[in-house]
Design a binder for this molecule. Structure first.
Ligand code: FES
Length: 557
């Protein structure tokens, strides 16, 4: 498994040494990747997925290499035969073309959080003032997401952010969701492998931050790390097996302070790493950080925080009572399990609106990177379904209306987009030469309904706990990578969120990173985070007696 490549330089060096050692005992083949024109040598029997990784090309791996998601398709030259990279074992020299849709592209990563109004009295730095011979005392705030990692370089003396860097979480090659990471890290050796991947990733980000700001890493004395409970445990090399089995208990909910030297992090060896308190097995320190950053502990009015990342986390309440839940939304809102779905990467349709000009195309699209549309990401999916509902192409159960019944009711341009694809009714969003057709099938609509129902059911069950109607909610704060790219109107139209006036919905950016920043520099915020984690009551929504009914009801539009 160590053949899986790391994107970090240090790992490349280790790996190169290992390959040199293997050269003497095993057949090697040369693999050329196009269009990158990268060439590597790899031993017989390795998969193309591993070879691509070694070449520094990260492929989609929604199923964690089980061969079921079909998102890692590549073409073997010269005849262009399609194979799954994770299933194809190398037995000869090969030239392989990687289609854009199979790449785990540099997706849009949300680096910025809310502008916190909280008085950030930077007090943590005081403990380093004697140790540091100079005035320079810096810290790093890190948000480890399942998919992305964001790091901020902070001046510990005044709390100012000097630079932000973000990258994909290299653990993605072991699977897209926390469940596949937990499944992988079943023994100490595999846990150590995942741990090493994230440490190297944080070190890479630190190196980039230092380069960008001309700051020496020896002036970094403190690091604050937040993430979901699985990411938190892997970072600290704590066991994760119990997170994959009922009752899904965390090994530790506590904050940890670890000497920098122990974790081999790129900073002053005398420094300290602080991890924030987790709330439960599936609600981690990133949610604690979000709750801190949005100031929910002093909220007078009923506030709902929805953090839709790879998983969905919810916090609902006021300063008096706070509840949290986790929703197993599945990866559909990130484009997985959707026929033409992808992450928010170049070429992905991110917005869809109706164009009702008489000779128009029926719909207008926004595509990431101004490229030809070749896939659809979560925000585009929500928009597209909202448009299909608006036009009457699907009904409130999500079923495609028979095409004949739509004749004369929708414009000819829209009518011509309703076709059959993969033996199912489908709505065509884009057709272009070379990049293929982008469409949504009946099955895709069902997948998105499952995801939105999970989130909405979670919200409804929390509302029931407190005895709240939708109209009682004064603020909805959308946090996280996904939440910040969706259109509020579309989210309301498909019933993802409670029915509230659109002006009550606000985006708060990467609030987890903002919370990590606050905890990094302020003792007071550290204390508040501790109190919040203790105060927020976790509700296991799947155990609520009405779960099945509420979930089924939430499937409807
Ligand atoms: S089919 Fe290859 S990673 Fe899923």
């Amino acid at each position: 498994m160590y053949l899986v490549a790391s994107i970090s330089r240090s790992c490349n060096e280790i790996r190169d040494t290992r390959y040199e050692m293997r050269d003497t005992s095993m057949n090697h083949f040369t693999i050329t990747f196009k269009p990158d024109n990268k060439q590597i040598s790899i031993h017989a029997g390795a998969t193309l997925f591993e070879a691509a990784g070694q070449a520094g090309i990260i492929l989609n791996t929604v199923c964690g290499g089980k061969g079921t998601c079909k998102k890692c398709l590549v073409n073997l030259e010269p005849d262009g035969r399609e194979v799954l990279a994770c299933q194809h074992h190398i037995q000869s020299d090969l030239t392989v073309t990687i289609p854009a849709g199979s790449r785990f592209f540099e997706q849009k990563i949300l680096e910025h959080g809310i502008d916190t109004q909280i008085d950030l009295a930077a007090t943590v730095h005081e403990k380093y003032q004697e140790k540091a011979a100079t005035e320079k005392i810096f810290g790093i705030a890190v948000d480890i997401g399942t998919t992305t990692v964001v790091a901020k370089l902070i001046n510990m003396t005044d709390g100012e952010c000097h630079a932000t860097e973000a990258t994909l979480n290299p653990q993605s090659r072991y699977g897209d969701d926390v469940i596949s990471r937990i499944a992988y890290a079943q023994d100490d050796e595999k846990l150590a492998e995942l741990h090493k991947a994230i440490i190297e990733c944080v070190n890479d980000l630190t190196t980039k931050l230092c380069k960008k700001t001309s700051i020496n890493s020896k002036h970094i004395y403190e690091m604050c790390v937040v993430g979901n409970t699985t990411m938190n445990h892997i970072f600290l090399k704590l066991p994760v097996i119990q997170l994959g089995q009922a009752p899904y208990k965390a090994f530790s909910l506590d904050a940890h302070d670890v000497p920098a030297a122990q974790l081999h992090l790129e900073m002053n060896p005398a420094g300290n790493i602080h991890t924030v308190e987790n709330i439960a097995g599936f609600v981690g320190s990133d949610t604690t950080a979000v709750a801190l950053a949005v100031d929910i502990y002093s909220a007078e009015e009923m506030t709902l925080v929805v953090d839709i990342g790879t998983n969905g986390e919810l916090v609902l309440g006021t300063k008096d009572k706070l509840y949290a839940a986790s929703c197993a939304a599945g990866p559909a809102l990130e484009g997985a399990r959707i026929t033409c779905g992808s992450r928010a990467a170049e070429g992905a349709i991110e917005a869809v609106v109706v164009n009702d000009e008489p000779d128009g195309t029926g719909i207008d699209l926004d595509v990431i990177g101004n490229a030809s549309p070749r896939s659809i990401c979560g925000s585009g999916l929500i928009d597209a379904v909202a448009v299909m509902l608006e036009l009457g192409i699907i009904d409130h159960t999500g079923r495609f209306v028979e095409k004949e019944k739509l004749e004369g009711k929708v414009s000819p341009a829209i009518f011509s987009r309703i076709r059959e694809e993969q033996s199912q009714p489908a709505f065509v969003l884009a057709e272009n030469d070379g990049a293929g057709t982008v469409y949504l099938t009946q099955k895709d609509i069902r997948q998105m309904q499952l995801a939105k129902a999970a989130i909405r059911a979670g919200i409804r069950l929390l509302q029931k706990r407190i005895g709240l109607e939708d109209c009682d909610i004064e603020h909805i704060l959308l946090a996280g990578a996904f939440g910040n790219y969706i259109r509020k109107e579309s989210a309301l139209r498909i019933g993802l969120l409670p029915t509230v006036p659109v002006e009550k919905i606000r985006f708060v950016g990467n609030a987890a990173a903002s919370g990590a920043w606050m905890v990094l520099v302020s003792r007071h915020c550290r204390e508040t985070a501790r109190e919040l984690a203790g105060k927020i009551k976790y509700i296991e929504i799947a155990h609520e007696p009405e779960f099945q009914d509420v979930y089924a009801d939430s499937m409807l539009f």
